[in-house]
Design a protein around this ligand. Structure first.
Ligand code: ATP
Length: 513
C-alpha cells in the first residue's frame, strides 16, 4: 500500500478511536459523505472556529460577524446563478459504474506531472548539493520544463472548455490523456454531463401551497442579502467586511475523501466590500493575510501553496486557492475570490431593491465590489488533524503515537493525573481541576499505570499532563509533562495556570500575524 494511503487510513481510524469523527448514523451503516463529530472533535472544531472568528472578526475594527438562516427565499439562488450554473461536470465509468468529477480526474493527472517535475528537482538537488541553484534548474532543465508546460496546457484547455461549456472536449481530453478509472483502470467512459449540486426541499404544510426551497450551498448569500441591514445598522464605511460561520449543503458527485468532501459541511466566510477599482489591491491583501493566518498555526510552510484558478466561477474576475498538503496530496483548503459587483447587482435586479453605498468622500452612490475569503471548517479540521498525527520513534527504541495539535486548538489543554487512586491524591487532583477549569478545558484520568495514561493523552493531543504524587501532599508541587518534548518538570501548583496559559493563549498565537 502506498505510504500516503497508509497514513490516510491511520487518520481515519485514529479520528474514530479517539472520539474525533464518526460516520453519521453508523449503526445503520452510515450515510454517504455525512459525518458526526465526537466529544474531542466537537472541541477541536469549536476551537478552529474561534481561532478564525477572533482573527477575522474581533481583531478587525471594520469587520463584523452575523449568523443567517440556512433557508433563504428561492429567488436568492436564481439571482446568485446557482440554479443555472452551480454544476459539476460528472463522468461515469461504464465498467465499474463508478462516478467521478471529470475536472478532478484531469486535475489529478496534471498534478502527477507536477510531482514528476518535483522529483527531478529533488534528484538534482541531491546530486549538486550546496551548489544547487533551484530557480536556475527549474528555468532551464528540459524535463522539468516539459512537465510544467504539459501541466499548464492541460489545465488551460480544461479551464477554457469548461468555461465554454464544451463538455465534449472535456471527454476528448480525458481520452487523449488516457486517464483511467483510478480504482479499476478501465477507460470505458460515458459522456460528460453537468450535475446541479443543490439539495431541494419544501417549505409549507400543504402540498398545494408548499414552496420549493434549497438548502444553502454556501453561506455567502446570507451576507449579500443583509449587506444594507448591516451597513446601515452598524454605520459601516467602505471598505468593511461581514463574516459568518455556518452550515452549507452540496450534493457532491464524488464523496470518498472523509471530511474533505462532505454533503453537509461548515464554512467560514468573509465578504469584504470595497470601492470599485480597489478590488485587486484588496484581493492581494487578503491572499497574503489569509496565508499568514494559516502559517501562524505552525503546520509547516511547505504544506501550503497558492493555486490560481484556471476556470473562473461565473461571479469572479480573479480567484486563488490556498492548497494544503493533505494525506492524499495538495488540495484546496480555502478560496479567495474577487467576486466583482456580481452578487449585489444580481440581488438588486431580482429584488428590485437598491443595494448601494453612498461614499461621502466620492460624493456618489455605487454597488461595492467584493473580495471573499472562504474556508471549510471540516477541511481545516482535516488539515490540522492529519498533519498533527505522528508516529514517533523514541530514543529507547519504543514508539509512540502523538497528536501534535497546535496547543491553542487542542480539545483538552491539560490532563490531571493522580499517581495512584488512593492516599488523598485524587482529591488534590480534583482541587487542581476545580481551579483550572475556569480558564482551560481540562480532564481527569486515574485509570492504568502513569506511562499508559501519558500515551493516551499524547494520542489525544493534550499538550500537558500534570501528575499529583505523594510528595505533592507536603510540598504542593506537581510534575508537569510536555506532550511534544516529553520533558518533565517539578513546579508549584500555583504556577500551573501561567505555564499552561503561555502555550495555549490565543494572544501568543495570533500575535504572529
Ligand atoms: P472543490 O473544488 O474542492 O469542490 P469549491 O471550489 O467548490 O471546492 P468553494 O465553493 O470555493 O469550494 O467553497 C469554499 C470552501 O468551502 C472550500 O475551500 C472548502 O474548504 C469548503 N468546501 C467546499 N465544498 C466542500 C465540501 N463538499 N465538503 C467540505 N468542505 C467543502
Amino acid at each position: 500500500m502506498a505510504k500516503s494511503e497508509d497514513k490516510f487510513k491511520k487518520v481515519l481510524s485514529h479520528a474514530k478511536e479517539y472520539g474525533y469523527v464518526f460516520q453519521s448514523s453508523e449503526i445503520y451503516d452510515g450515510l454517504g459523505a455525512v459525518y458526526d463529530y465526537g466529544q474531542n472533535g466537537a472541541e477541536l472544531k469549536k476551537n478552529i472556529k474561534e481561532y478564525w472568528w477572533k482573527a477575522m472578526v474581533q481583531m478587525h475594527e471594520n469587520i463584523v460577524g452575523i449568523d443567517t438562516a440556512i433557508f433563504m427565499h428561492p429567488k436568492v439562488w436564481k439571482a446568485s446563478g446557482h440554479v443555472d450554473a452551480f454544476n459539476d461536470p460528472l463522468i461515469d465509468n461504464k465498467d465499474s459504474n463508478k462516478r467521478y468529477r471529470a475536472d478532478v480526474l484531469i486535475e489529478d493527472y496534471a498534478e502527477k506531472l507536477n510531482l514528476k517535475a518535483q522529483k527531478e528537482i529533488k534528484k538534482a538537488a541531491k546530486r549538486f548539493g550546496d551548489a544547487f541553484d533551484q530557480a536556475e534548474f527549474e528555468a532551464t532543465n528540459p524535463r522539468v520544463l516539459k512537465y510544467k508546460q504539459q501541466q499548464k496546457e492541460i489545465l488551460e484547455r480544461m479551464g477554457s472548455s469548461l468555461e465554454k461549456e464544451d463538455l465534449e472536449d472535456v471527454k476528448i481530453l480525458i481520452e487523449e490523456l488516457g486517464i483511467a478509472d483510478p480504482e479499476t483502470g478501465s477507460k470505458n467512459w460515458t459522456n460528460v454531463k453537468q450535475f446541479n449540486l443543490m439539495f431541494g426541499t419544501k417549505l409549507g404544510a400543504s402540498a398545494e401551497s408548499a414552496m420549493d426551497l434549497y438548502l444553502r450551498p454556501e453561506t455567502a448569500q446570507g451576507i449579500f442579502v443583509n449587506f444594507l441591514n448591516v451597513q446601515k445598522s452598524g454605520r459601516m464605511k467602505i471598505p468593511f467586511g461581514i463574516a459568518q460561520i455556518g452550515k452549507a449543503f452540496r450534493n457532491e458527485i464524488v464523496a470518498r475523501q472523509f471530511i474533505f468532501r462532505m454533503r453537509e459541511f461548515e464554512q467560514m466566510e468573509m465578504q469584504y466590500f470595497v470601492r470599485p477599482g480597489d478590488d485587486m489591491k484588496y484581493y492581494e491583501q487578503w491572499k497574503e493575510s489569509r496565508m499568514k493566518w494559516h502559517l501562524s498555526l505552525g503546520l509547516g510552510q511547505d504544506n501550503y501553496r497558492f493555486h490560481d484558478h484556471d476556470k473562473l466561477a461565473h461571479y469572479a474576475n480573479a480567484a486563488a486557492d490556498i492548497e494544503f498538503n493533505f494525506p492524499f496530496g495538495f488540495k484546496e483548503l480555502e478560496g479567495i475570490h474577487s467576486r466583482t459587483d456580481f452578487d449585489l447587482s444580481q440581488h438588486e435586479k431580482f429584488s428590485g431593491k437598491k443595494l448601494q453605498f453612498f461614499d461621502p468622500e466620492l460624493n456618489k452612490n455605487y454597488i461595492p465590489y467584493v473580495i471573499e475569503t472562504s474556508i471549510g471548517v471540516d477541511r481545516m479540521f482535516l488539515a490540522v488533524f492529519s498533519n498533527s498525527l505522528i508516529e514517533e520513534k523514541l530514543a529507547d527504541g519504543s514508539e509512540r503515537t502523538v497528536l501534535k495539535l497546535p496547543a491553542v486548538l487542542a480539545p483538552y489543554k491539560a490532563a490531571i493525573l493522580p499517581l495512584v487512586k488512593k492516599d488523598g491524591l485524587p482529591e488534590v487532583a480534583r482541587k487542581i481541576i476545580n481551579d483550572l477549569k475556569f480558564d482551560f478545558n481540562v480532564t481527569y484520568d486515574e485509570k492504568d499505570a502513569i506511562g499508559r495514561r501519558y500515551r493516551r493523552q499524547d494520542a489525544n493531543g493534550t499538550p500537558f499532563c500534570i501528575t499529583v504524587d505523594h510528595d505533592t501532599l507536603t510540598d504542593n508541587m506537581v510534575t508537569i509533562r510536555h506532550r511534544d518534548t516529553m520533558e518533565q518538570k517539578r513546579v508549584a501548583i500555583g504556577e500551573l495556570r501561567n505555564i499552561i496559559d503561555s502555550e495555549v493563549n490565543v494572544r501568543n498565537w495570533l500575535s504572529k500575524l
